[in-house]
Structures are given as C-alpha cells and as structure tokens.
Ligand binder design. Sequence first.
Ligand SMILES: [Fe+2]
Length: 258
Amino acid sequence: MVTFEMIRENAQVRTYIEKGNANLGVMGFTKHSIGHAAKVSDTAARILTELGHDAREVELARIAGFMHVMGNCINRTDHAHTGALMAMTILRDLGMDPREIAVVIAAIGNHDEKTGTAVDAVSAALILADKTDVRRNRVRGRDRSKFDIHDRVNFAAMSSELTVDLEKRVIRLNIELDDEICSVMDYFEIFLERMVMCRRAAEMLGCTFKLLANGAKVLEDKRWKKVQKSVKKALTNAGIRSILIQLSAREQLKRGRR
Ligand SMILES: [Fe+2]
C-alpha cells in the first residue's frame, strides 16, 4: 500500500515541487514550496479526520495535498491538470490501486479555482486546505514597495486558522489582517473566487463555510451578498478603467503613426 511517508520522501515528488516553486519565484508568485505542500497536506487530512472520515481516505487527502503543486514544474497555466498527470505516473509506478489513484488525481486536477470544483470528500478537503493557506511567510521578498496585491494580502495575514466544528458542521476560516497593509476589500478582490470555491467544498462535506476577517463575519447570508455586490462593482469599475486606458493608449499610438 502506498503511504504518505513514501510520497513525502519520494525524490521525484520533492524535485518537481522544488522546481515548480523556483519557476513561480522567477515569475513573482508567492511560495508554493514543500512547506506549502506539507501544510496543505496536514490541513486536508485534519479536516477529514475531524469530520470522521476513514483512515485511508484521510491518507489519500494527505497524499493529494502534498502532491498538488507539482504541476507548477511544467507551467503555471493548467498546473492542476499537469500535476494530476504527473501524480498518476508516480503513483502507478509505486503500484497504487487505480481506484485510489483516481481519487488523488481528481483532487489535484480540481484544486484550481479557474477550472476545478469539489467532486468528492478528498478534493473538497484539498481545496479548503489550499485556499486557506494565507500567511506572511509565503511572501518571498521583504521589500514592500515591490509587493503586488497577492503579496500584500499574504503579508497582511498576521494569523489564519481553519477550524472544524463537527457539532454545528461548520468549517471556519478565522483570519487576522493588518489593515494598514491590506484592506478587507483587497482581500476579497483576490480571494472572492477562492472563497466561493471553499463554500462549495464545505457543502460537499455536508458543512457550511464561514469566514471571519478581523473578527467580523464576512461570508454569511446578507453580508456576504453585500460584499459580493460591492466587489463586483469595484472589479467592473477597474475593468472599465483598464479598457479606457487601453483605448487611449491605442489612440495615442495611432496619432503617433499619423
Ligand atoms: Fe496550493
């Protein structure tokens, strides 16, 4: 039986994760290192353990969590899909049962918010663990003048904790943001899609997802709708602004040619 320890110590897995993290570093992304893989692996396993899932399913979530970033070694675009195929090759070579491989690769292949969604308990746990790993030490540099919005949000996260309330069936992310570095609005601009994905993932586990930012509930009923509305408005305005800038740049280029 393929165990998590075999995957954690596997030279291929570690090499692909490290190279993927180096590639993303060149492109200016936050860290997607062995540290992130291990944290996601631990959290995904903890979610399923606390919800009473069986030990093997917990282990599959642990394995998927550790392997989920390997695709960055090939390219950031479609990293979830390439990572799933890489995992399939490695797990098949190690002799894992195809029914287990199917669960692991479905989780890896569905963890990115652009193309994926929770399809079963393991993929739901991986999504929740991955999208909630927001912390200051995922930012690579310390020069704040060079921070983009992703860096700002991660750097502003003084603490973030994911808890499972089995009785109420609530999965809660409690995040403390330094609002001098990033506003709750900045947080939503980046994390809106991810939080929607978390909500669906929690539902897949028979739970609701609640988000508390600086002690305030922000992902619930009316307030959630209000936030969605204002973020949409802000993003639309930003979109319109960028179209206007592009149009005026084109116009200036045309004038220059004339
Ligand atoms: Fe991740």
